[in-house]
Design a protein around this ligand. Structure first.
Ligand code: PLP
Length: 429
């Protein structure tokens, strides 16, 4: 595809419009990171900017491009639907929505069966929380510290980082939070008034925190004893990312409601969903419009979802995530050994990997430098000392090696910058 004739001028024009019409704060961030360019095109694991420079996408949205950018089968399915009827008049049932709901019932664990379609991860969680209150007749929701469930008011109330919550107080009442991974604290927090516990099986934005093996089964048991529902937010971990179709399968746990988004649209169309056990839907059966969304279940998004799940299955991408993830984790741990003063920890499951550094500013330096060298990684919203790798599951060994080589250089660069700053401070004092 042809590129703009004068990319430098175009980049400045775009930044100028961001400064005037989107958010000047974003422009400051882009300029700080020396991102004086713009996205142009993408295929597979590679993103190209308006200058024609190539980047390895090791972050993917984050965690959106599980099947890679513009997977041909997802694009073909979306084009086919686009040419026929992309959006719904909502006066008749639609085959794509019916087929995707059936597929989700097949691939989700246990007896999860009914799905409501939304348009984002936040919305999926909003719906799940509403359903929990409706189905149990209880109000309280217990979440985890450090959790990220989205930024709409309900999802934000369930989330666990105060910095994003305090400016919007008062939030939705009835939410409390306990430390993630602490079963005793969970046991104390859940009682006969608890409608649901909401958790990510592996906390993503908190810096890829994997709970102890007895945690999710223990929470399941606590919920069952109290008659509370268990909501698992698999918006980031779902659809193959961690080496299982859903991360809860690592621990054999079946939630009452499971939420998905990000990868479900194949990186082509936004979509979110919550899938629940049949008895919960009785509450929605009486009035199917008690919870609704104009665009939820639209045909073009569902066509993308169907094609994405088929690609995941046909190309055995879940297995691939486990294999490539183990390889990438091993290679990144080599970096930890090479830079022990900078890298505090490397952890992950499948192709969801967190690298924790000794200081958030180091993460900013490294992500900006890696970007200049052609590798995209993102810091974690709820743990800025950490960045996350969530590349497309189709990433090759060679691409992983290239990414590790660049990160090695960027960490060395950050170490040198830190040393220079320390030296400068010493000599001026
Ligand atoms: N839940 C989890 C676990 C997430 O990681 C995110 C986004 O990063 C969300 C919910 C919110 O999704 P969205 O940004 O699509 O609303």
């Amino acid at each position: 595809m042809s590129r703009p004739a004068d990319p430098d001028r175009l980049a400045e024009e775009i930044l100028d419009k961001y400064a005037r019409y989107v958010n000047p704060g974003l422009v400051k961030l882009y300029r700080f990171a020396n991102v004086i360019t713009a996205e142009w095109e993408a295929q597979g694991v590679v993103v190209r900017d308006i200058h024609g420079k190539e980047y390895l996408d090791c972050s993917g949205g984050p965690a959106v491009f599980t099947v890679g950018h513009r997977h041909p089968k997802v694009v073909a399915a979306v084009k086919e639907q686009l040419d026929r009827m992309p959006m719904s008049v909502r006066a008749m049932p639609r085959k794509p929505e019916a087929d995707l709901a059936e597929l989700l019932a097949q691939i989700t664990p246990g007896d999860l069966q009914y799905t409501f379609f939304a348009n984002s991860g936040s919305e999926a969680n909003e719906g799940a929380i509403k359903l929990a209150r409706l189905a149990t007749g209880r109000a309280n929701i217990v979440g985890a510290e450090g959790a990220f469930h989205g930024k709409t008011l309900g999802a934000l109330s369930a989330s666990g980082r105060e910095m994003y919550k305090t400016p919007f107080a008062p939030l939705v009442p009835g939410f409390t939070h306990v430390p993630f991974g602490d079963l005793e604290a969970m046991n104390r927090a859940v009682d006969a008034k608890t409608a649901a516990v909401i958790l990510e099986p592996i906390q993503g934005e908190a810096g890829v925190i994997i709970p102890p093996d007895d945690y999710l089964p223990g929470v399941r048991a606590i919920c069952d004893r109290a008659g509370a529902l268990m909501i698992l937010d698999e918006v980031q971990t779902g659809l193959g990312r961690t080496g299982k179709m859903f991360a809860c399968e690592h621990w054999g746990v079946v939630p009452d409601i499971l939420t998905t988004a990000k990868a479900l649209g194949g990186g082509v169309v936004p979509i979110g969903a919550f899938t629940g056990r049949p008895h919960l839907w009785k509450a929605l059966e009486k009035n199917p419009y008690l919870h609704s969304s104009t665009f939820g279940g639209n045909s073009i998004a569902c066509a993308a979802g169907i094609a994405t799940i088929r690609v995941l299955q046909e190309e055995r991408l879940t297995e691939r995530a486990a294999e490539q993830g183990a390889y990438m984790l091993g290679r990144l741990r080599e970096l930890q050994r090479r830079h022990p003063a900078m890298v505090k920890d490397v952890r992950g499951k499948g192709l969801l990997i967190g690298m924790e550094f000794t200081d958030p500013d180091i993460v900013l330096l490294i992500t900006a430098d890696a970007m200049e060298r052609g590798v995209i990684v993102f810091y974690s919203l709820n743990k800025p000392e950490c960045f996350r790798l969530a590349p497309p599951l189709i990433i090759s060994r060679e691409q992983i090696d290239r990414a590790v080589e660049v990160l090695d250089q960027s960490i060395a660069y950050a170490a040198q910058m830190v040393a220079e700053i320390v030296e400068g401070a010493r000599s001026s004092s």
